[in-house]
Design a protein around this ligand. Structure first.
Ligand code: ZN
Ligand code: ZN
Length: 645
């Protein structure tokens, strides 16, 4: 019999009979691996575990621990769910059912509106089918055979998908599991029995193919796990995430408002949210001042020609508000989608010499993007947001040091916010050089220097080739919040294209004209998104230096209002953000109320305190911490604020 050579991830190789399957290879390693194996990676392509292998291959056996394993697990569960839906609603027709970051969904077209109870029923049915342990059986068909099959089934959505498949390049396959068959490329789990624990999470409306002219289907979201412990942990995290939801906390803590009278996706900062935002802005301004950044302020709209030069118009016009025309045939303006062209005009406003560089212009610049209404979400997906933007103009020989300094700034900020766990992605070009602007030699030099900068700054990073912007390589920073969720925040982008388009120049030491390199960078990314993430990260319990209200004064009765007012003035004179609660309510009620408002300090003032001229102090979540003289309290709290505690 013919033999094939299998190479394992550790580099070791072994010979097997031709036609062996991934499952059999796993079995030859250990029965435990065979038990946990879900799919196999064959020369970089994920395949069914039971596919006979008849060529030499490098393999990885994938389990639920692997990202790709989870994907296949969840996608296979979407088949199982469709099966269950079909059992209960025989009229059901199906759209698409992919795995997503956490779990899967399937778009279904049935005659009734699903509710929680229905989800429960579908879930139970799924578990029943899972116990049948049906194999996922692949069958390759011609396009015509597949069309015949789904015509008989009466599944018009699948027929529409089929009509767009190019048979020659992709091939057509169906997967059968028990009595249910679906059009799918695969791969899948070996059998439904691998799916042990399922939770259907919610239902939302979804237009077929995302087009609102099409029929609205019901999108069912769910997740599944091989172990009960994993499901429990996930549900607990979900509960915690709900409690931390920034949309809910934003309302409760009166931080921001989204008013339909103003417009969807256009957040309004309420006084407490505005204080939070101002505090963050001040913090970044101070950091930037130390590092030689210069503040600038530019308008929110600009002549459309600026954006024609930059290429933002018309190429990205679908994601922008339409132009404003002043008079027929006259000038047009655009709500700016980017700040860069405005800052370039400042650079261009006078001749620059090599000695002037680097020049660092910084602005909290508000931009406007026309996001689809379905994409809008609290502060994290909006139509107007402020980038903590800066454009740094450097000579090529200054690039590496400048990138190091930007990385240092981002590290400083993340560490201050308690984002101890973050990763970065170095997005580089791929070999398709036509996709990119600027000179490729400069790109390669920049990529080398970015990597050196990342090493020097001890960044935890991975490199993605082909992920660069067309104008240059970049670094994106993803932070993990306390729940382990990943958020993309800061970014550093090198740009070789805009300097050419805007004809940016400086005079070198040789007396000749040269092009500067532009670095676009934003440590927060956008203030809206950053604050949305911060709210969830802190669960609304902001550290003292960020808290919109740092202390609240609670007189135990109206008799002590005068003393309370004196204390209030004293604290305000010391720049402490304080509120006086002069409501005629029981002290216990007031304490509970402010506790849910998550205010760091409460000053309780009664008879004894007034007589002694001191205060009784309560700390959020800690309770009573004893009596203090007012000056002692002021010294302490000022010290804590200064040290950003
Ligand atoms: Zn599938
Ligand atoms: Zn920019």
């Amino acid at each position: 019999m013919d033999k094939i050579k299998i190479t394992f991830p550790n580099g070791s190789t072994q010979e097997f009979d031709k036609g062996i399957t991934g499952y059999q290879i796993a079995e030859s390693i250990s029965s435990r691996l065979a038990q946990e194996a879900l799919v196999i990676e064959l020369n970089g392509i994920i395949e069914d575990l039971n596919l006979p292998i008849d060529f030499n291959a490098a393999i990885r056996i994938l389990t639920f621990e692997d990202k790709e394993g989870k994907e296949v697990y969840w996608h296979s569960t979407s088949h199982l769910m469709a099966h269950a839906v079909h059992d209960i609603y025989p009229e059901a027709k199906f759209g698409v059912g992919p795995a997503i970051e956490n779990g899967f969904y399937y778009d279904v077209d049935i005659n009734s509106q699903l509710n929680e109870e229905d989800l429960q029923k579908i879930e139970e049915r799924m578990l029943k089918i899972s116990k049948e342990d049906n194999n996922f059986v692949r069958q390759d068909l011609t396009k015509n055979e597949a069309i015949n099959f789904f015509e008989k089934k009466g599944d018009n959505y699948k027929l529409e998908i089929l009509s767009e498949i190019d048979e020659n390049s992709e091939g057509v396959s169906i997967y059968k599991e028990g009595s249910f068959t679906d059009l799918c490329r695969g791969p899948h789990l070996p059998s439904t029995g691998k799916i042990k624990y399922v939770k259907l999470l919610n239902i939302s409306g979804s237009y077929w193919r995302g087009d609102e002219h099409n029929k609205q289907l019901q999108r069912i979201y769910g997740i599944s796990f091989p172990k009960k412990k994993l499901l429990d942990e996930y549900l607990q995290k979900l509960e915690e995430a709900k409690k931390r939801d920034h949309r809910r906390l934003g309302k409760e803590l009166e931080l921001f408002l989204i008013s339909n009278n103003i417009g969807s996706g256009l957040p309004v900062w309420l006084p407490k949210g505005a204080i939070l935002r101002e505090t963050l802005e001040c913090y970044l301004r101070d950091e930037q001042r130390k590092r030689g950044y210069l503040p600038v302020i530019t308008p929110h709209i600009g002549n459309i020609n600026l954006y024609k030069t930059s290429g933002h118009y018309p190429y990205y016009k679908d994601s922008q508000f339409p132009p404003i025309q002043l008079e027929e045939g006259k000038e047009e303006y655009l709500l700016r989608p980017m700040n860069c062209p405005h800052h370039f005009q400042i650079y261009l406003s006078k001749p620059r010499s090599y000695r002037d560089l680097p020049i660092r212009y910084a602005e909290f610049g508000t931009v406007y993007r026309y996001e689809q209404s379905g994409e809008l979400n609290g502060l994290t997906r909006v139509r107007s947001f402020s980038i903590d933007d800066s454009h740094i103009f450097v000579r090529q020989d200054q690039l590496k040091d400048e990138v190091c300094d930007v990385i240092d700034l981002i590290q400083t900020i993340f560490s201050q916010m308690g984002f101890t766990d973050f990763e970065s992605q170095l997005s580089f070009r791929d070999d398709n050089v036509d996709k990119y602007g600027g000179e490729i030699e400069l790109w390669d030099k920049a990529q080398k220097e970015i990597r050196e900068a990342a090493d020097q700054m001890k960044l935890k990073y991975h490199v993605e080739e082909g992920e660069a912007a067309f104008y240059g390589p970049k670094i994106d920073f993803m932070v993990k919040d306390v729940l382990g969720r990943k958020w993309q925040l800061g970014t550093v982008q090198i740009d070789y294209v805009m300097p050419e388009r805007f004809n940016l120049e400086y005079t070198g030491s040789d007396g000749q004209k040269h092009r500067p390199v532009v670095i676009h960078r934003a440590p927060f990314g956008s203030l809206e998104r950053f604050i949305g993430v911060l709210i969830e990260h802190y669960a609304g319990e902001f550290p003292l230096w960020l808290a919109p209200v740092q202390a609240v004064i609670l007189p135990v009765s109206q008799n002590f209002l005068d003393y309370a007012k004196k204390v209030e003035i004293e604290l305000k004179n010391n720049n402490i953000r304080v509120e006086l609660d002069d409501r005629n309510e029981k002290i216990g009620y007031k304490i509970r109320d402010w506790e849910t408002n998550k205010v760091p300090y409460m000053l309780i003032l009664g008879e004894k305190e007034q007589a002694a001229g001191n205060i009784s102090l309560r700390k959020h979540k800690k309770g009573d911490v004893g009596k203090l003289s007012l000056s002692e309290f002021i010294d302490n709290i000022k010290d804590e604020i200064k040290n950003k505690k």
